[in-house]
Every structure is written in structure tokens, then in C-alpha cells.
Design a protein around this ligand. Structure first.
Ligand code: GDP
Length: 178
């Protein structure tokens, strides 16, 4: 009898490298930011779907900052990892690195964090395997993800409060001149 296959362990990391072809350029000849946003969403989707074994939907994106220009002809690598899981949600961090194949020099061009939720066939949120950080780096990212989650909840709570009671706005937000 064949031995049973080993138990499936969800993989929490993914990387993808793409050549920046001219069809991705904007009018100034550099890579269009919208192209990068689309690729980030696809990478986050792939990482979260593979980890959870489910379809996933994007809930939010934090900290997208285009730190450096990406040039046509460069190789861009997306390093993605699950940093944190809630019951049905996952935070996926992505570090983007661009490299010129000719100079062999690489630089960090962007970091961002996606929150995605796993859904079942009826598009209802469904539980994901708990992510348990294994090393110091994962523990640091896990703590960072938890903090970002708390900050998002606080911002949402404040927005809801302001919508319900506009008079609770702080003087500085109520009057930009104050
Ligand atoms: P950090 O979140 O403070 O560690 O900032 P970084 O810019 O170094 O990384 C951003 C995110 O990209 C991390 O939170 C990870 O989720 C992911 N990441 C970073 N480095 C790697 C890597 O070497 N491999 C993979 N697969 N993901 C990475």
C-alpha cells in the first residue's frame, strides 16, 4: 500500500519576477503606477488564495507609496508573505524590488500591506488557517500587522462617530485654519 501523502502545510510566502515591458509605460516612459497596483493586487490574491485554499476578496490596502521610479527594461520582483491572520482575514505584506539586469543593481521601490478575506462559494467570509509566526522576523511583522489592524479599526470608529455626530470633530479637523 502506498504511504499516505504528508499533511498539507499552507505555504505563507510567494515571489514573482516580471520584466517591465514597454506596454507598461506611462507618457514619460517609466512604468505606470496603475500597472504596479494591478500586479500588487494579483500577487496579494495569489498569496492569500494559496495560503487559505479559498477564493479571496481585497478589503483594504495600506501604505502604498511609490518610493522610486521603475524603468522599462527592469526586472521587478514582488516578495509576498502572510503576516497575520484573523478568523477570516489575512494581511499580506509585499516588498517590491527592481533590478537592472545589465548593472545587476537592485533597489527597494515599494512596500505595502493588503488585507484580504477568504470567501466560500456563496461569497460569505470563511475561516482561514491560523498563521503562527515561526521566527523573529515573522514575529516582528505579525506585531506590525496587528498594530495596523488596530489603527484601521480606530480610524473606522472615528469616521463613524464623525458621521453620526459631526460636532465631535476636533477643532483642527473642523476648521483647517484653527
Ligand atoms: P517589513 O514589513 O517591515 O518587514 O518591511 P519590508 O519592506 O521588508 O517587507 C514588506 C513585506 O513584504 C513583509 O511584511 C513581508 O510580508 C514581505 N516580505 C519581505 N521580505 C520578503 C521575502 O524575502 N520573501 C517574501 N516571500 N516576502 C517578503
Amino acid at each position: 500500500m502506498e504511504p499516505a501523502p504528508p499533511a498539507y502545510v499552507p505555504t505563507n510566502e510567494l515571489s514573482m519576477t516580471l520584466l517591465m515591458t514597454p506596454d507598461r509605460a506611462n507618457f514619460s516612459g517609466n512604468v505606470h503606477g496603475g500597472q504596479i497596483l494591478k500586479l500588487l493586487d494579483e500577487v496579494a490574491y495569489a498569496c492569500a488564495a494559496r495560503y487559505s485554499g479559498c477564493y479571496v476578496v481585497t478589503v483594504s490596502v495600506d501604505e502604498v507609496r511609490f518610493l522610486k521610479t521603475i524603468h522599462v527594461g527592469e526586472l521587478v520582483t514582488f516578495l509576498a508573505a502572510i503576516n497575520y491572520t484573523g478568523r477570516t482575514s489575512m494581511e499580506i505584506g509585499i516588498r517590491v524590488v527592481a533590478e537592472s539586469p545589465r548593472s545587476r543593481q537592485s533597489r527597494h521601490v515599494m512596500t505595502c500591506y493588503f488585507t484580504m478575506v477568504a470567501v466560500d462559494d456563496e461569497m460569505r467570509p470563511t475561516p482561514v488557517p491560523e498563521f503562527k509566526p515561526q521566527d523573529e522576523n515573522q514575529r516582528r511583522r505579525h506585531a506590525g500587522a496587528r498594530l495596523r489592524r488596530e489603527l484601521r479599526s480606530e480610524v473606522e470608529r472615528r469616521h463613524a462617530q464623525i458621521k453620526q455626530h459631526p460636532e465631535t470633530r476636533s477643532p483642527s479637523s473642523a476648521d483647517p485654519a484653527a
